[in-house]
Design a protein around this ligand. Sequence first.
Ligand SMILES: [Zn+2]
Ligand SMILES: [Zn+2]
Length: 156
Amino acid sequence: MSSQKGNVSRSRGQKYQNTTAFKNDKYGASVHVKKANAKVHDGLCQHCKDVLEWKVKYNKYKPLTQPRKCVKCSQKTVKDAYHIMCKPCALTLQLCAKCGKQEEIVIPVGSQNQEEKEDSSQTHKGHTKKKKDPDRDDDDDEDDYDDELDDDDDDF
Ligand SMILES: [Zn+2]
Ligand SMILES: [Zn+2]
């Protein structure tokens, strides 16, 4: 009983504890936050990817409400917040879609499809198992083999 009293006083203090370990989906994530959390920051350099992941983590990521103008093709094709060029341009020019610099891209554009490829390779393995076995016609042999094994056990 005495320990419960301690718990009551402690739960009050928890109101201010979330400043140390901040998680934006702790208190019922909004649709925007959930979308941002699941977002793959492809076509970006390490620095820009870190910046966007930081923004998502601290609820500072604001998705675009309408497409932005791409600095390369001048079309309103930029659908990702903070990006200055569209994914196709970043891909063909090998530039970071956010800072526009020629940096090493961490997650190449369109790399999300790679998981599907791995799955299909597994099904291929199953197909290769169906090899033609020349010994399969002699079903009688298998039965004889089982009988021989039983005899061996008796000897020991
Ligand atoms: Zn473009
Ligand atoms: Zn960048």
